[in-house]
Design a protein around this ligand. Structure first.
Ligand SMILES: Nc1ncnc2c1ncn2[C@@H]1O[C@H](COP(=O)(O)OP(=O)(O)O)[C@@H](O)[C@H]1O
Ligand SMILES: [Mg+2]
Length: 271
């Protein structure tokens, strides 16, 4: 089964969309096939890969409980489910009953040879974010190094714990310190607190970097708009670190060693 990753934080402006888009692009650069799902009616992830959408087809798919609309992007190996303002109606339509399970059903019907799905969530714990949590095995939480940011992570942890009662596979795999400014003392204070709260789960940092602020305006991930930049280096490093934490690398290693072991043994026994 493909790996499904929700990028979530109840706070806005912390780097969720930047992280979803650039992780997706880095994994695609490393040869994986990736589906990026924009589940925020602001449509920011779509804009970051140069695609404008009204969100109508995504809303339609959820109303009819059919496969999600997928479009290719200009990045090899990266496809997108685009979103836009019309998806906001989902907040009224699906709020009652088991409406938050519909998205998972649509995703199951969406066929493709993706190794992983990355879902960019809106900055609230609404029916769209809950839909994403119910469809995922992995949660990653981008965090800004501030005390209010720390509070947001606590709320996020509580929200994931409650979603686990309906989706036992779900867990927070990584906290990604974003927009980091390590010259500030508060950065290190917050890093200490994060490491205490989530031992082994805090990723390498993403620095505050102009290449990342400029990339959305160019409609491409940073590894394309500024191939050699601190923003690209940081997201490449975090993407490698995270691939291990969500089991993307593990899957390949297991398959490889299985082939390596069985074929020679079969040859030996047939002699
Ligand atoms: N590491 C960074 N360095 C500089 N600007 C950043 C960085 N991460 C995000 N930004 C900018 O900050 C703003 C908010 O980021 P975004 O990823 O959209 O946050 P969210 O999805 O959590 O609301 C955007 O304009 C984005 O380009
Ligand atoms: Mg966003």
């Amino acid at each position: 089964m493909k790996q499904v990753v929700s990028v979530v934080n109840l706070k806005g402006g912390v780097g969720k969309t930047t992280t979803a888009v650039n992780l997706a692009a880095c994994w695609a650069e490393q040869g994986k096939k990736v589906l990026l799902v924009d589940l925020d009616p602001q449509g920011s992830a779509s804009i970051c890969v140069g695609i404008m959408s009204k969100g109508r087809r995504l809303l339609d798919a959820m109303q009819k409980i059919i496969a999600l609309p997928v479009v290719p992007t200009g990045v090899t190996g990266l496809d997108l489910v685009p979103s836009g303002p019309e998806l906001a109606a989902a907040r009224q339509i699906f709020v009652d009953g088991p409406g938050d399970e519909i998205f998972a059903s649509c995703l199951r019907q969406t066929t493709g040879d993706w190794d992983c799905v990355i879902i960019d969530c809106p900055p609230s714990l609404d029916v769209l974010t809950m839909s994403s949590l119910l469809a995922s095995q992995h949660v990653i939480v981008p965090v800004e190094a501030s005390f209010l940011g720390l509070n947001g992570v606590r709320q996020m942890r509580a929200a994931v714990e409650s979603a686990k009662s309906r989706n036992a596979e779900l867990d927070i795999r990584a906290i990604i310190p974003c927009r980091a400014q390590p010259r500030r003392r508060i950065h290190w204070e917050i890093m200490d607190r994060l490491n205490e709260m989530f031992p082994g789960k805090v990723s390498p940092i993403i620095h505050e970097n102009v290449s990342l602020a400029e990339a959305p305006g160019r409609g491409t991930p940073v590894i394309i708009s500024a191939r050699i930049s601190r923003g690209s280096d940081d997201y490449r490093l975090v993407s490698l670190w995270l691939a291990e934490h969500v089991g993307l690398e593990e899957k390949q290693v297991i398959e490889f060693s299985h082939d390596e072991l069985t074929h020679p043994m079969e040859e030996v026994s047939s002699l």
